[in-house]
Design a binder for this molecule. Structure first.
Ligand code: SF4
Length: 347
């Protein structure tokens, strides 16, 4: 007996090397296995022809592949592909592939369900179920990469279901595997972690020494509204959140991106645009405006494209770097949590 079974996508190369040593296997075997997993992207020990059958059997018993089965795949007219993967306990998690002319972005989940209950997001509706393991996160990325073709995936964003900093260790474990040169080898600057504003996570992330991007879901420009649509604000209010973001930018030299949802007559107003400029002006940050993608459980409406552009223009005139995201995949429930929710009662 050399230890408890650990799913194979949970281990870094040094951890795998130590595991092989404990099995009496030479270190180069660990590198070979890493190559099978992340370069050749094998999904079973059966195809690993450089390992003798007894070693393959031993690996399958001690370092099993996590159970990640594609349950649903919806592809939109704009080629956005939304996957629902089923895990061994029946939980289903979403991964969305968003191709554009210049990049292919995978939006991945960090938890099954979410406890943060933002008042516009389908993921929070059913509540929190559990954290995903490093192996489940990495495995869901690999499964989606196999499905869309690995070369098409250039960027990873942790903007799917869940709050990444509420599952810090597993998310960072997955980030390191995604970024590892001998692993999936996605450049750190092409990986983004998005938080709803969990300050201890931001502070810890600032000390990691990795070039991964930080994105913060701002979505409201004053505590009154943010308390209402993002309950996390009651614990980590706006002023303290922005203070933590400034310290992050100073400590890392990295720009923070703020996501801002445009909801008609609520967050997409002239007053909100002025407040946003006041909050953002004069420091290393940029704002990404996201027109609200309707979720049937909420009454909110998206602004017209003209209203969204007007909001953007006001913010830019205030001297803040600001982009307006186009809606993608809305015919396949591509907003966070929508596909999982629409299928959760299915047998
Ligand atoms: S926006 Fe993010 S933090 Fe908020 S409920 Fe949705 S998944 Fe959770």
């Amino acid at each position: 007996m050399t230890g408890h079974p650990v799913d194979i996508y949970s281990l870094s190369l040094p951890e795998l090397t130590a595991r092989f040593a404990s099995m009496g296997e030479p270190a180069f075997r660990a590198k070979q296995l890493f190559d099978w997993l992340y370069v050749k992207r094998a999904s079973s020990y059966d195809v690993m022809s450089s390992f003798a059958r007894p070693l393959r059997d031993k690996l399958a018993a001690e370092l099993p592949f996590p159970a990640i089965v594609e349950h649903t795949r919806n592809v939109a007219a704009d080629a956005t592909a939304k996957f629902l993967f089923e895990l061994k306990d029946g939980q289903r998690i979403e991964v969305v592939f968003i191709p554009t002319a210049k990049r292919g972005t995978l939006c991945v989940s960090s938890q099954a369900g979410c406890k943060f209950g933002c008042g516009f997001c389908a993921s929070g509706i059913g509540g929190f179920v559990r954290n995903l393991t490093t192996g489940e996160i990495t495995g869901s990325v690999l499964s989606a990469m196999r499905a869309v073709h690995p070369k098409k995936v250039t960027h990873i964003v942790f903007m799917g279901t869940g709050e990444p900093f509420d599952n810090y260790d597993h998310v960072l474990g997955a980030v390191r595997l995604l970024n590892a040169k001998e692993g999936i080898n996605i450049a750190a600057r092409r990986i983004t972690i998005s938080t709803c504003g969990v300050i201890p996570g931001i502070e810890r992330f600032a000390t990691e020494g990795i070039q991964v991007e930080l994105s913060v879901s701002l979505h409201a420009t004053n505590d009154l509204l943010r308390d209402r649509i993002m309950p996390v604000n009651r614990k980590y209010p706006l002023k303290e959140l922005l203070g933590a973001c400034r310290r992050f930018a100073k400590a890392t030299g990295r720009q923070v991106t703020f996501e801002y949802i445009l909801i008609k007559d609520l967050t997409c107003t002239k007053d909100a645009a002025r407040e946003l400029v006041g909050l953002m002006k004069g420091w290393l940050s940029k704002v990404n405006l996201i027109p609200y993608n309707p979720v049937k459980e909420f009454v909110h409406r998206p602004p017209t494209m003209n209203e969204a552009r007007e909001f953007q223009a006001m913010v830019e005139r205030g001297g803040v770097v600001c982009t307006l995201r186009s809606l993608r995949g809305d015919d396949v429930s591509a907003a966070c949590g929508q596909l999982r929710n629409s299928l959760k009662n299915e047998t």
